[in-house]
Design a protein around this ligand. Structure first.
Ligand code: ADP
Ligand code: MG
Ligand code: MG
Length: 507
């Protein structure tokens, strides 16, 4: 069967006679056949577990949530049971994680590659008669690139480089290929909640072992949050100023508090600041130390700053520049941020580009195997095909955070509009092969309500990378996040309300 879910084994008499060994090799149950009453009990227990263990997010319907920590919390949107996923693909995704980490680092060091690849996203030169004018195709990316080129001009080098990434994949049903959706180098979200969902599922599988006949050991351990915390603490150590703190750059409203304090495990103080506060309170000392208030900043972790709306005024841009100029370890630096853009993803997929950054042929082959079809809009054959068969493509701008892509008939309309209006805006988008993962019935929980729907999933693998000049300190896969969304939705954002957090049941 092509379905990720295989036939049911529900706790009948014959079932009870099975040996433990046999049980532990069973495939995931068919959700259709689970007794509705059992589902209700599972759902209730899942809610209790979530409340007790902090598997919660800010509740948008409560006005003060997001402003006051601990006020207006609701359980995170979750799948009731883990998603059945092939172990071979799981291993593949884990295996490429350190290679992607290394690739991002190498790309980040090639300022020319970043600037050249993104140059047309930034401005395009319009020639009409004797007039030459420039037009900004994507003002947001342009601003990021301005900061980047300023750093290049100043010869600024990042010696301690910290990457906390999440590489996302979908398993294409027809080809059985695990294909990368994107890699997030800024604000990769949910490491904390992802770990908790895995624990919740393990706990439910243990508690209802007899009824479900599932083996909780098939849910891989998920230490995403510990891995990220360890990397942050180690980066702080490398910065080697015992009085410095770790600063989380947060949005003015924060509904997904994603990191525990680092002080219990690592004796590192953390503070949270918005970009506006950093502009107001931040100063750069002559030696490059960033002071915010009277605190020296050793490491900066961005939970904000990836979207144009995070920069409502010049103040936020000043803060971003100030941080970039400082000696603090930035996660991400401006180069890491740009290396994670969709345009760079598309450039890396061109023939012979990976070879520019990686030497090992096996590594290159492993990475390339994950690449879906990616094209620039300059490729007229592809554009023509996408206009004819838009359902096989996704059109993407240089944006993060979900909800920005173009699908279906809108791909055709957008491409036709661009053709009419001239090609300069082409550079703002890339085209990507549309991936079609398996659709399976799933129990989704949101706002205390459990409902069954057809859903598809996207696997995210967290990677942590830390280096100080030539010294590699950390490069590992550290946990995962499965996100499951109803199949009728194109986009998959959890915070945006399209998807739920899920975990993996290996088969
Ligand atoms: P963002 O940076 O905004 O998260 P993504 O590239 O991850 O942008 O796209 C958002 C969502 O759109 C993904 O989580 C996925 O659900 C869907 N998506 C993106 N690319 C594809 C694709 N090639 N095929 C199918 N779905 C896709
Ligand atoms: Mg993204
Ligand atoms: Mg994404």
């Amino acid at each position: 069967s092509s379905s990720a879910l295989s036939p049911i084994k529900s706790g009948g008499r014959a079932e009870e006679m099975k040996t433990q060994e046999e049980k532990s090799t069973q495939p995931m149950s068919d959700l259709h056949k689970i007794d509705p009453e059992l589902i209700q009990r599972l759902a209730y227990d899942a809610l209790v577990w979530s409340s007790i263990h902090g598997l919660v997010v800010g509740d948008k319907s409560v006005p003060r949530s997001g402003k006051v920590p601990g006020v207006g919390l609701v359980h995170a949107p979750i799948a009731l049971l883990p998603l059945s996923f092939p172990e071979s693909h799981w291993k593949q995704a884990c295996e490429v994680s350190p290679i992607f980490n290394e690739l991002i680092d190498r790309v980040s060091l090639d300022g020319e590659f970043l600037q050249d690849s993104l140059s047309r996203v930034r401005v395009c030169v319009l020639l009409s008669g004797w007039n030459c004018r420039t037009k900004e195709v994507d003002a947001f990316t342009s601003r990021l690139m301005d900061i980047h080129s300023q750093m290049l001009e100043n010869g600024k080098r990042e010696e301690i480089r910290l990457g906390l990434h999440r590489s996302d994949y979908m398993l294409d049903e027809q080809t059985k290929l695990l294909l990368q959706i994107e890699i997030n180098t800024i604000s990769a979200s949910f490491p904390g909640l992802g770990s908790l969902v895995s624990e919740l599922h393990r706990s439910l599988l243990n508690q209802y072992k007899e009824q479900l006949g599932l083996d909780s050991r098939r849910i891989p351990r998920n230490a995403a949050v510990n891995g990220f915390a360890e990397a942050l603490a180690k980066a702080w150590e490398e910065y080697s100023n015992p009085r410095a703190v770790v600063m989380f750059v947060v949005q003015t409203e924060e509904r997904n508090i994603c990191f525990p304090q680092l002080c219990n495990t690592y004796d590192v103080t953390t503070i949270r600041k918005t970009l506006a506060e950093i502009d107001e309170q931040g100063v750069l000392q002559p030696d490059g130390t960033l002071l915010v208030g009277d605190q020296a900043i050793g490491v900066i972790y961005f939970r904000a700053g990836y979207a144009p709306t995070d920069y409502p005024s010049e103040s936020e841009w000043r803060a971003r520049l100030l941080m970039e100029q400082s000696s603090a370890v930035k996660c991400p630096s401006i180069s890491y941020h740009l290396a994670g853009t969709k345009k760079i993803q598309q450039e890396l997929a061109k023939p012979n580009v990976l070879e520019r950054f990686l030497e090992n042929k096996d590594d290159i082959a492993k990475i390339r195997k994950c690449f879906a079809g990616l094209w620039s809009l300059d490729d007229s054959d592809i554009v023509k095909d996408a206009i004819e068969r838009p359902e096989f493509y996704v059109m993407k701008p240089q944006r993060e955070g979900g909800g920005n892509n173009i699908y279906g008939d809108n791909v055709r309309k957008s491409l036709l509009r661009l053709q009419e209006e001239g090609t300069e805006e082409n550079a703002a988008y890339i085209l990507m092969q549309r991936i079609f993962p398996t659709i399976a019935p799933t129990y989704l929980m949101r706002d205390g309500i459990c409902h069954k729907d057809h859903a598809m999933s996207e696997l995210g693998i967290y990677g942590a990378y830390l280096r100080n000049k030539e010294n590699m300190i950390m490069n590992e896969q550290c946990g995962y996040l499965m996100r499951t969304k109803v199949s009728s939705s194109n986009e998959g954002g959890v915070a945006a309300g399209f998807a739920v957090l899920d975990s993996v049941y290996l088969n």
